[in-house]
Design a protein around this ligand. Structure first.
Ligand code: NAI
Ligand code: MG
Length: 491
Protein backbone atom coordinates (compact mmCIF):
# COMPACT_ATOMS: atom_id res chain seq x y z
CA UNK A 1 0.00 0.00 0.00
CA UNK A 2 1.25 3.47 -0.83
CA UNK A 3 0.42 5.80 2.00
CA UNK A 4 -1.90 8.59 1.03
CA UNK A 5 -0.32 11.61 2.61
CA UNK A 6 -2.77 14.17 1.28
CA UNK A 7 -6.03 12.97 2.66
CA UNK A 8 -6.25 15.05 5.80
CA UNK A 9 -4.91 18.48 4.93
CA UNK A 10 -6.03 20.40 1.87
CA UNK A 11 -3.32 20.74 -0.77
CA UNK A 12 -1.64 24.04 -1.45
CA UNK A 13 -3.06 25.89 1.44
CA UNK A 14 -1.59 29.36 1.89
CA UNK A 15 -1.41 30.06 5.60
CA UNK A 16 -1.30 33.61 6.88
CA UNK A 17 0.10 35.28 10.00
CA UNK A 18 -2.00 36.79 12.76
CA UNK A 19 -1.41 40.43 13.64
CA UNK A 20 -3.80 42.50 15.71
CA UNK A 21 -6.54 39.89 15.47
CA UNK A 22 -6.43 39.62 11.67
CA UNK A 23 -4.86 37.20 9.17
CA UNK A 24 -2.12 38.92 7.16
CA UNK A 25 0.51 38.02 4.56
CA UNK A 26 4.11 39.16 5.00
CA UNK A 27 4.53 42.82 4.06
CA UNK A 28 6.98 41.68 1.39
CA UNK A 29 4.44 39.09 0.14
CA UNK A 30 7.27 36.52 0.33
CA UNK A 31 6.43 32.98 1.41
CA UNK A 32 8.21 29.83 2.58
CA UNK A 33 7.19 26.51 1.05
CA UNK A 34 6.04 23.93 3.60
CA UNK A 35 7.36 20.41 3.01
CA UNK A 36 6.09 17.22 4.56
CA UNK A 37 9.04 15.30 6.07
CA UNK A 38 7.36 11.97 5.25
CA UNK A 39 7.75 12.48 1.49
CA UNK A 40 9.64 15.76 1.06
CA UNK A 41 6.74 17.18 -0.98
CA UNK A 42 5.34 20.70 -0.77
CA UNK A 43 1.78 21.08 0.49
CA UNK A 44 1.40 24.62 1.81
CA UNK A 45 3.07 27.98 2.21
CA UNK A 46 3.63 30.27 5.17
CA UNK A 47 4.57 33.95 5.15
CA UNK A 48 8.30 34.72 5.22
CA UNK A 49 8.09 37.42 7.86
CA UNK A 50 11.02 39.79 8.30
CA UNK A 51 11.96 42.70 10.57
CA UNK A 52 9.10 44.86 9.23
CA UNK A 53 6.52 42.19 9.99
CA UNK A 54 7.99 41.68 13.44
CA UNK A 55 7.83 45.40 14.08
CA UNK A 56 4.18 45.53 13.04
CA UNK A 57 3.35 42.60 15.36
CA UNK A 58 5.30 44.03 18.31
CA UNK A 59 3.49 47.34 17.88
CA UNK A 60 0.14 45.53 17.91
CA UNK A 61 1.14 43.65 21.07
CA UNK A 62 2.37 46.86 22.69
CA UNK A 63 -0.84 48.71 21.90
CA UNK A 64 -2.93 45.82 23.20
CA UNK A 65 -0.90 45.82 26.40
CA UNK A 66 -0.95 49.58 26.95
CA UNK A 67 -4.55 50.12 25.83
CA UNK A 68 -6.05 47.31 27.84
CA UNK A 69 -8.37 45.75 28.66
CA UNK A 70 -6.15 42.66 28.63
CA UNK A 71 -3.67 43.46 31.35
CA UNK A 72 -6.30 45.14 33.52
CA UNK A 73 -9.00 42.53 32.99
CA UNK A 74 -9.90 40.50 36.09
CA UNK A 75 -7.59 37.50 36.04
CA UNK A 76 -10.49 35.05 36.02
CA UNK A 77 -11.76 36.56 32.76
CA UNK A 78 -8.36 36.08 31.14
CA UNK A 79 -8.45 32.55 32.47
CA UNK A 80 -11.87 31.96 30.92
CA UNK A 81 -10.62 33.00 27.50
CA UNK A 82 -7.67 30.60 27.78
CA UNK A 83 -10.03 27.84 28.84
CA UNK A 84 -12.25 28.61 25.86
CA UNK A 85 -9.24 28.39 23.54
CA UNK A 86 -8.50 24.94 25.00
CA UNK A 87 -12.09 23.89 24.29
CA UNK A 88 -11.80 25.05 20.68
CA UNK A 89 -8.57 23.06 20.33
CA UNK A 90 -10.44 20.03 21.64
CA UNK A 91 -13.23 20.56 19.10
CA UNK A 92 -10.65 20.81 16.31
CA UNK A 93 -8.50 18.03 17.75
CA UNK A 94 -8.51 15.69 14.75
CA UNK A 95 -7.69 18.49 12.35
CA UNK A 96 -4.87 19.81 14.55
CA UNK A 97 -3.38 16.36 15.15
CA UNK A 98 -3.34 15.68 11.41
CA UNK A 99 -1.86 19.09 10.65
CA UNK A 100 0.91 18.76 13.25
CA UNK A 101 1.70 15.23 12.17
CA UNK A 102 1.93 16.13 8.51
CA UNK A 103 3.95 19.29 9.14
CA UNK A 104 6.53 17.59 11.37
CA UNK A 105 6.46 13.97 10.13
CA UNK A 106 5.56 12.65 13.58
CA UNK A 107 3.31 9.56 13.86
CA UNK A 108 -0.33 10.55 14.06
CA UNK A 109 -0.71 9.19 17.60
CA UNK A 110 1.99 11.63 18.70
CA UNK A 111 0.05 14.42 17.00
CA UNK A 112 -2.97 13.36 19.05
CA UNK A 113 -0.89 13.26 22.24
CA UNK A 114 0.31 16.79 21.45
CA UNK A 115 -3.29 17.98 21.09
CA UNK A 116 -4.20 16.38 24.42
CA UNK A 117 -1.25 18.07 26.15
CA UNK A 118 -2.06 21.43 24.54
CA UNK A 119 -5.64 21.24 25.81
CA UNK A 120 -4.31 20.52 29.31
CA UNK A 121 -2.05 23.60 29.19
CA UNK A 122 -4.94 25.91 28.33
CA UNK A 123 -7.10 24.29 31.03
CA UNK A 124 -4.32 24.51 33.59
CA UNK A 125 -3.36 28.12 32.92
CA UNK A 126 -6.99 29.10 32.42
CA UNK A 127 -7.63 27.85 35.95
CA UNK A 128 -4.38 29.23 37.37
CA UNK A 129 -4.80 32.79 36.10
CA UNK A 130 -6.60 34.01 39.25
CA UNK A 131 -4.62 31.92 41.74
CA UNK A 132 -1.32 33.76 41.84
CA UNK A 133 -1.12 35.73 45.06
CA UNK A 134 1.35 38.26 46.33
CA UNK A 135 2.71 38.54 49.89
CA UNK A 136 2.36 40.94 52.75
CA UNK A 137 5.71 41.64 54.35
CA UNK A 138 6.29 42.53 58.02
CA UNK A 139 8.09 45.89 57.91
CA UNK A 140 8.54 48.93 60.13
CA UNK A 141 5.94 50.07 62.63
CA UNK A 142 3.51 52.36 60.84
CA UNK A 143 3.98 50.68 57.47
CA UNK A 144 2.32 47.96 55.45
CA UNK A 145 4.25 46.37 52.59
CA UNK A 146 2.84 44.03 49.98
CA UNK A 147 3.76 42.52 46.65
CA UNK A 148 1.88 42.18 43.38
CA UNK A 149 2.84 39.98 40.42
CA UNK A 150 2.75 42.18 37.35
CA UNK A 151 3.09 41.19 33.70
CA UNK A 152 6.34 42.07 31.89
CA UNK A 153 4.43 43.63 28.99
CA UNK A 154 5.15 42.34 25.49
CA UNK A 155 6.58 38.82 25.53
CA UNK A 156 8.33 37.25 22.54
CA UNK A 157 8.04 33.46 22.30
CA UNK A 158 10.46 31.80 19.88
CA UNK A 159 9.61 28.13 19.63
CA UNK A 160 11.11 25.09 17.88
CA UNK A 161 9.77 22.55 15.43
CA UNK A 162 9.73 19.39 17.54
CA UNK A 163 6.56 19.96 19.63
CA UNK A 164 5.18 23.26 18.34
CA UNK A 165 1.65 22.79 19.62
CA UNK A 166 2.76 21.83 23.13
CA UNK A 167 5.48 24.45 23.41
CA UNK A 168 3.21 27.16 22.05
CA UNK A 169 0.62 26.14 24.66
CA UNK A 170 3.00 26.38 27.59
CA UNK A 171 4.21 29.80 26.45
CA UNK A 172 0.78 31.20 25.56
CA UNK A 173 -0.86 29.75 28.68
CA UNK A 174 1.62 31.19 31.17
CA UNK A 175 2.28 34.50 29.42
CA UNK A 176 -1.37 35.37 28.82
CA UNK A 177 -2.58 34.15 32.20
CA UNK A 178 -0.36 36.80 33.79
CA UNK A 179 -1.65 39.57 31.52
CA UNK A 180 1.23 39.87 29.06
CA UNK A 181 0.64 40.19 25.34
CA UNK A 182 2.57 37.98 22.96
CA UNK A 183 4.33 37.68 19.64
CA UNK A 184 5.01 34.04 18.81
CA UNK A 185 7.61 33.06 16.21
CA UNK A 186 7.32 29.34 15.40
CA UNK A 187 10.06 27.48 13.54
CA UNK A 188 10.15 27.78 9.76
CA UNK A 189 9.90 23.97 9.56
CA UNK A 190 6.72 23.65 11.63
CA UNK A 191 4.51 26.72 11.83
CA UNK A 192 1.11 25.43 10.79
CA UNK A 193 -0.42 24.47 14.13
CA UNK A 194 0.75 27.77 15.64
CA UNK A 195 -1.03 29.70 12.90
CA UNK A 196 -4.16 27.56 13.21
CA UNK A 197 -4.30 28.03 16.98
CA UNK A 198 -3.73 31.75 16.47
CA UNK A 199 -6.90 31.70 14.33
CA UNK A 200 -8.78 29.77 17.02
CA UNK A 201 -7.67 32.36 19.57
CA UNK A 202 -9.53 35.00 17.58
CA UNK A 203 -12.60 32.75 17.60
CA UNK A 204 -12.21 32.26 21.36
CA UNK A 205 -12.53 36.02 21.77
CA UNK A 206 -8.99 37.06 22.71
CA UNK A 207 -8.80 40.83 22.23
CA UNK A 208 -6.95 42.04 19.11
CA UNK A 209 -3.20 42.19 19.45
CA UNK A 210 -2.99 39.93 22.50
CA UNK A 211 -1.67 36.92 20.57
CA UNK A 212 0.23 37.63 17.35
CA UNK A 213 1.89 34.99 15.17
CA UNK A 214 4.78 35.81 12.85
CA UNK A 215 6.35 33.05 10.75
CA UNK A 216 9.71 33.32 9.05
CA UNK A 217 13.33 32.26 9.20
CA UNK A 218 15.17 32.38 12.50
CA UNK A 219 17.95 34.59 11.17
CA UNK A 220 15.35 37.15 9.96
CA UNK A 221 12.10 37.09 11.92
CA UNK A 222 13.60 35.38 14.99
CA UNK A 223 16.61 37.68 15.18
CA UNK A 224 14.47 40.79 14.69
CA UNK A 225 12.03 39.71 17.40
CA UNK A 226 14.66 38.94 20.02
CA UNK A 227 16.40 42.27 19.34
CA UNK A 228 13.25 44.41 19.22
CA UNK A 229 13.55 47.25 21.76
CA UNK A 230 9.84 47.15 22.57
CA UNK A 231 9.88 43.48 23.59
CA UNK A 232 9.95 43.21 27.39
CA UNK A 233 10.77 39.53 27.86
CA UNK A 234 11.90 36.65 25.63
CA UNK A 235 11.18 32.98 26.09
CA UNK A 236 12.96 30.47 23.87
CA UNK A 237 13.16 26.73 23.39
CA UNK A 238 15.74 25.36 20.97
CA UNK A 239 19.47 24.87 20.50
CA UNK A 240 22.13 26.30 22.84
CA UNK A 241 23.81 28.21 19.98
CA UNK A 242 20.60 29.99 19.03
CA UNK A 243 19.87 30.51 22.73
CA UNK A 244 23.18 32.36 23.07
CA UNK A 245 22.36 34.57 20.07
CA UNK A 246 18.93 35.38 21.47
CA UNK A 247 20.31 36.17 24.92
CA UNK A 248 22.89 38.50 23.36
CA UNK A 249 20.17 40.27 21.41
CA UNK A 250 17.98 40.59 24.52
CA UNK A 251 20.99 41.73 26.55
CA UNK A 252 21.43 44.71 24.24
CA UNK A 253 18.05 45.89 25.59
CA UNK A 254 18.67 44.46 29.09
CA UNK A 255 15.60 42.26 28.89
CA UNK A 256 14.93 39.07 30.81
CA UNK A 257 14.83 35.66 29.18
CA UNK A 258 13.75 32.07 29.81
CA UNK A 259 15.93 29.53 28.01
CA UNK A 260 15.12 25.84 27.46
CA UNK A 261 18.05 24.46 25.50
CA UNK A 262 17.81 20.69 25.35
CA UNK A 263 19.72 17.94 27.08
CA UNK A 264 21.69 14.73 27.11
CA UNK A 265 19.51 13.15 29.72
CA UNK A 266 20.55 9.97 31.56
CA UNK A 267 18.49 7.11 32.92
CA UNK A 268 20.23 5.12 35.65
CA UNK A 269 19.26 1.45 35.92
CA UNK A 270 20.36 -0.23 39.16
CA UNK A 271 20.61 -4.00 39.46
CA UNK A 272 17.54 -4.18 41.72
CA UNK A 273 15.29 -2.37 39.22
CA UNK A 274 12.09 -3.81 37.79
CA UNK A 275 13.62 -4.37 34.35
CA UNK A 276 10.41 -5.45 32.63
CA UNK A 277 8.78 -2.22 33.71
CA UNK A 278 11.80 -0.16 32.69
CA UNK A 279 12.44 -1.56 29.20
CA UNK A 280 9.51 -0.06 27.25
CA UNK A 281 10.05 3.28 29.00
CA UNK A 282 13.79 3.29 28.21
CA UNK A 283 13.04 2.68 24.52
CA UNK A 284 10.18 5.15 24.28
CA UNK A 285 12.24 7.91 25.92
CA UNK A 286 14.56 7.99 22.89
CA UNK A 287 12.18 6.87 20.13
CA UNK A 288 9.29 9.22 20.84
CA UNK A 289 9.21 11.91 18.14
CA UNK A 290 12.21 10.20 16.51
CA UNK A 291 14.42 11.33 19.40
CA UNK A 292 13.81 14.98 18.46
CA UNK A 293 12.83 15.75 22.03
CA UNK A 294 14.64 18.10 24.40
CA UNK A 295 13.98 15.69 27.26
CA UNK A 296 14.91 12.54 25.29
CA UNK A 297 16.56 9.89 27.48
CA UNK A 298 19.64 9.49 25.28
CA UNK A 299 22.02 7.85 27.77
CA UNK A 300 21.30 4.68 29.75
CA UNK A 301 23.67 3.92 32.63
CA UNK A 302 23.38 0.26 33.67
CA UNK A 303 24.82 -1.37 36.79
CA UNK A 304 27.42 -3.87 35.64
CA UNK A 305 25.84 -7.15 36.87
CA UNK A 306 22.77 -6.56 34.67
CA UNK A 307 24.51 -4.75 31.78
CA UNK A 308 24.54 -7.69 29.36
CA UNK A 309 20.97 -8.66 30.10
CA UNK A 310 19.61 -5.10 29.69
CA UNK A 311 21.75 -4.41 26.59
CA UNK A 312 20.46 -7.60 24.95
CA UNK A 313 16.84 -6.85 25.82
CA UNK A 314 17.14 -3.29 24.47
CA UNK A 315 18.83 -4.69 21.37
CA UNK A 316 15.89 -7.00 20.71
CA UNK A 317 13.54 -4.06 20.91
CA UNK A 318 15.71 -1.83 18.71
CA UNK A 319 15.90 -4.54 16.03
CA UNK A 320 12.13 -4.33 15.67
CA UNK A 321 11.79 -0.53 15.49
CA UNK A 322 10.47 0.78 12.17
CA UNK A 323 10.46 4.34 10.86
CA UNK A 324 7.81 5.38 8.36
CA UNK A 325 5.28 7.99 7.21
CA UNK A 326 3.31 9.89 9.82
CA UNK A 327 -0.04 8.43 8.79
CA UNK A 328 1.31 4.86 8.90
CA UNK A 329 1.77 5.50 12.64
CA UNK A 330 4.83 3.29 13.11
CA UNK A 331 7.40 3.49 15.92
CA UNK A 332 8.83 6.74 14.61
CA UNK A 333 8.43 9.14 11.72
CA UNK A 334 10.89 11.08 9.58
CA UNK A 335 13.36 13.68 10.83
CA UNK A 336 12.15 17.26 10.49
CA UNK A 337 14.34 18.21 7.50
CA UNK A 338 17.26 16.95 5.39
CA UNK A 339 19.78 18.80 7.58
CA UNK A 340 18.54 17.02 10.70
CA UNK A 341 18.67 13.65 8.92
CA UNK A 342 22.27 14.36 7.87
CA UNK A 343 23.18 15.51 11.36
CA UNK A 344 21.90 12.29 12.91
CA UNK A 345 23.56 10.12 10.26
CA UNK A 346 26.86 11.96 10.69
CA UNK A 347 26.82 11.34 14.46
CA UNK A 348 26.09 7.67 13.89
CA UNK A 349 28.78 7.30 11.22
CA UNK A 350 31.49 8.98 13.28
CA UNK A 351 30.62 6.94 16.39
CA UNK A 352 30.78 3.72 14.36
CA UNK A 353 34.09 4.86 12.83
CA UNK A 354 35.42 5.57 16.31
CA UNK A 355 34.89 1.87 17.02
CA UNK A 356 31.83 2.15 19.27
CA UNK A 357 29.90 -1.10 19.21
CA UNK A 358 26.56 -1.08 17.37
CA UNK A 359 24.33 -3.45 19.35
CA UNK A 360 21.27 -3.11 17.13
CA UNK A 361 19.69 -1.13 14.33
CA UNK A 362 16.03 -0.71 13.46
CA UNK A 363 14.80 -0.23 9.91
CA UNK A 364 12.87 2.01 7.54
CA UNK A 365 9.48 0.78 6.29
CA UNK A 366 9.81 -0.61 2.75
CA UNK A 367 6.73 1.41 1.72
CA UNK A 368 8.11 4.71 2.98
CA UNK A 369 8.68 7.27 0.20
CA UNK A 370 12.40 7.39 -0.63
CA UNK A 371 12.11 11.18 -0.67
CA UNK A 372 11.24 11.26 3.07
CA UNK A 373 13.83 12.17 5.71
CA UNK A 374 14.02 8.83 7.50
CA UNK A 375 16.88 7.58 9.65
CA UNK A 376 17.49 4.15 11.14
CA UNK A 377 17.34 3.93 14.95
CA UNK A 378 20.70 2.84 16.40
CA UNK A 379 21.68 1.38 19.78
CA UNK A 380 25.34 1.87 20.76
CA UNK A 381 26.89 -0.15 23.59
CA UNK A 382 29.81 0.35 25.95
CA UNK A 383 30.28 3.98 25.03
CA UNK A 384 33.26 5.95 26.36
CA UNK A 385 31.70 8.72 28.50
CA UNK A 386 34.03 11.25 26.86
CA UNK A 387 33.02 10.28 23.30
CA UNK A 388 31.22 12.87 21.18
CA UNK A 389 28.14 10.64 20.95
CA UNK A 390 28.09 10.54 24.76
CA UNK A 391 28.35 14.31 25.16
CA UNK A 392 26.47 16.06 22.37
CA UNK A 393 22.74 16.22 21.77
CA UNK A 394 22.07 14.16 18.63
CA UNK A 395 18.32 14.87 18.46
CA UNK A 396 17.61 11.58 16.75
CA UNK A 397 16.77 7.93 17.54
CA UNK A 398 20.24 7.13 18.82
CA UNK A 399 20.70 5.55 22.25
CA UNK A 400 24.00 5.06 24.08
CA UNK A 401 24.66 2.56 26.88
CA UNK A 402 27.24 2.78 29.68
CA UNK A 403 28.15 0.38 32.49
CA UNK A 404 28.79 1.51 36.08
CA UNK A 405 29.99 -0.23 39.22
CA UNK A 406 28.43 1.68 42.12
CA UNK A 407 26.14 4.53 43.05
CA UNK A 408 28.96 7.10 43.16
CA UNK A 409 30.04 6.26 39.65
CA UNK A 410 26.43 6.34 38.43
CA UNK A 411 26.00 9.87 39.77
CA UNK A 412 29.33 10.99 38.34
CA UNK A 413 28.44 9.62 34.88
CA UNK A 414 24.91 11.05 35.01
CA UNK A 415 26.35 14.51 35.66
CA UNK A 416 29.21 14.12 33.20
CA UNK A 417 27.86 16.31 30.38
CA UNK A 418 27.31 20.05 29.91
CA UNK A 419 23.56 19.51 30.08
CA UNK A 420 21.17 19.03 32.99
CA UNK A 421 17.54 18.81 31.89
CA UNK A 422 15.96 15.49 32.94
CA UNK A 423 17.09 12.25 34.60
CA UNK A 424 15.53 8.86 35.31
CA UNK A 425 16.38 6.54 38.22
CA UNK A 426 15.33 2.89 38.25
CA UNK A 427 15.69 1.13 41.61
CA UNK A 428 13.45 -0.43 44.27
CA UNK A 429 15.69 0.90 47.08
CA UNK A 430 13.80 3.82 48.61
CA UNK A 431 16.76 5.44 50.33
CA UNK A 432 18.76 5.25 47.12
CA UNK A 433 15.88 6.84 45.18
CA UNK A 434 16.08 9.91 47.42
CA UNK A 435 19.89 10.06 47.57
CA UNK A 436 20.39 9.85 43.84
CA UNK A 437 17.47 12.14 42.97
CA UNK A 438 19.07 14.85 45.09
CA UNK A 439 22.55 14.48 43.60
CA UNK A 440 21.64 14.35 39.93
CA UNK A 441 21.88 17.77 38.27
CA UNK A 442 18.61 17.92 36.33
CA UNK A 443 15.53 20.11 36.39
CA UNK A 444 13.24 17.07 36.50
CA UNK A 445 14.07 13.69 38.01
CA UNK A 446 11.80 10.69 37.46
CA UNK A 447 11.98 7.66 39.74
CA UNK A 448 10.80 4.39 38.17
CA UNK A 449 9.19 6.40 35.40
CA UNK A 450 10.25 8.79 32.64
CA UNK A 451 8.61 11.29 30.30
CA UNK A 452 8.48 15.03 30.66
CA UNK A 453 5.78 15.62 28.04
CA UNK A 454 2.39 15.19 29.64
CA UNK A 455 2.85 16.77 33.05
CA UNK A 456 1.74 20.32 32.38
CA UNK A 457 1.64 20.95 36.15
CA UNK A 458 5.31 20.03 36.64
CA UNK A 459 7.94 22.79 36.56
CA UNK A 460 10.40 22.12 33.76
CA UNK A 461 13.77 23.57 32.79
CA UNK A 462 17.46 22.96 33.03
CA UNK A 463 20.72 23.42 34.82
CA UNK A 464 23.99 24.25 33.06
CA UNK A 465 23.81 24.36 29.24
CA UNK A 466 20.19 23.15 29.33
CA UNK A 467 19.22 26.70 30.16
CA UNK A 468 17.60 28.72 32.91
CA UNK A 469 14.20 29.79 34.08
CA UNK A 470 11.30 27.40 34.45
CA UNK A 471 8.33 26.65 32.26
CA UNK A 472 5.17 24.69 32.99
CA UNK A 473 3.27 24.51 36.26
CA UNK A 474 2.89 27.52 38.55
CA UNK A 475 6.62 28.27 38.25
CA UNK A 476 6.14 29.53 34.71
CA UNK A 477 3.74 32.16 36.00
CA UNK A 478 6.58 33.63 38.07
CA UNK A 479 8.92 33.70 35.05
CA UNK A 480 6.17 35.42 33.09
CA UNK A 481 5.73 38.21 35.63
CA UNK A 482 7.72 40.53 37.86
CA UNK A 483 7.23 41.41 41.51
CA UNK A 484 6.14 44.91 42.36
CA UNK A 485 6.52 45.88 46.03
CA UNK A 486 4.17 48.56 47.38
CA UNK A 487 4.95 50.25 50.70
CA UNK A 488 2.27 52.21 52.59
CA UNK A 489 3.09 54.52 55.47
CA UNK A 490 0.13 55.11 57.77
CA UNK A 491 1.46 56.24 61.17
P1 NAI B 1 17.22 26.47 16.49
O1 NAI B 1 17.47 26.55 17.95
O2 NAI B 1 18.09 27.29 15.61
O3 NAI B 1 15.68 26.85 16.16
C1 NAI B 1 14.68 27.04 17.13
C2 NAI B 1 13.92 28.34 16.84
O4 NAI B 1 14.82 29.44 16.87
C3 NAI B 1 13.24 28.41 15.48
O5 NAI B 1 12.00 29.08 15.61
C4 NAI B 1 14.20 29.26 14.67
O6 NAI B 1 13.57 29.93 13.60
C5 NAI B 1 14.68 30.24 15.71
N1 NAI B 1 15.97 30.88 15.41
C6 NAI B 1 17.03 30.37 14.71
N2 NAI B 1 18.04 31.26 14.68
C7 NAI B 1 17.63 32.35 15.36
C8 NAI B 1 18.23 33.60 15.69
N3 NAI B 1 19.46 33.93 15.30
N4 NAI B 1 17.52 34.48 16.44
C9 NAI B 1 16.28 34.18 16.86
N5 NAI B 1 15.65 33.03 16.57
C10 NAI B 1 16.32 32.12 15.83
O7 NAI B 1 17.31 24.93 16.13
P2 NAI B 1 17.54 24.21 14.71
O8 NAI B 1 18.62 24.87 13.96
O9 NAI B 1 16.24 24.09 14.02
O10 NAI B 1 18.00 22.74 15.18
C11 NAI B 1 19.37 22.46 15.44
C12 NAI B 1 19.54 21.64 16.68
O11 NAI B 1 19.02 22.35 17.80
C13 NAI B 1 18.81 20.33 16.72
O12 NAI B 1 19.50 19.32 16.05
C14 NAI B 1 18.71 20.07 18.21
O13 NAI B 1 19.89 19.49 18.69
C15 NAI B 1 18.55 21.45 18.78
N6 NAI B 1 17.13 21.74 19.08
C16 NAI B 1 16.69 21.60 20.37
C17 NAI B 1 15.36 21.78 20.67
C18 NAI B 1 14.85 21.60 22.05
O14 NAI B 1 13.67 21.29 22.23
N7 NAI B 1 15.63 21.82 23.06
C19 NAI B 1 14.37 22.11 19.63
C20 NAI B 1 14.95 22.30 18.32
C21 NAI B 1 16.27 22.09 18.09
MG1 MG C 1 7.17 21.14 8.16
Amino acid sequence: MVHNLSRVVAQDKHFLNIVNGRPVAALSQETITVLCPSDGLAFATIPAGDADDVDRAVRAAREAFDRGPWSRMPAFERGRLLTRLGQLIEQHGDELAALESRDTGKPIRQGRADVAAAIRYYEFYGGAADKIHGDTIPFLDGYTALTLREPHGVVAGIIPWNYPMQIMARVVGAALAMGNTLVIKPAEDASLSTIRIGELAIEAGLPDGVLNVITGYGREAGAALSAHPDVDYVTFTGSPATGTAIQQAAAANNRGVTMELGGKSPQIVFADADIEKALPVLVNAIIQNGGQTCSAGSRILIERPIYDEVAAALGERFDKLVAGPHDADLDLGAMINPAQKRRVEDYVASAAEAGIDVIARGSIDAQAPTTGYYVVPVLFGAVDPAAIIAQEEVFGPVLTLFAFDDEQEAIRLANHTDYGLVAGIWTRDGARQHRVAKRVRAGQVFVNAYGAGGGVELPFGGFKKSGHGREKGFEALYDMSATKTIIFRHD
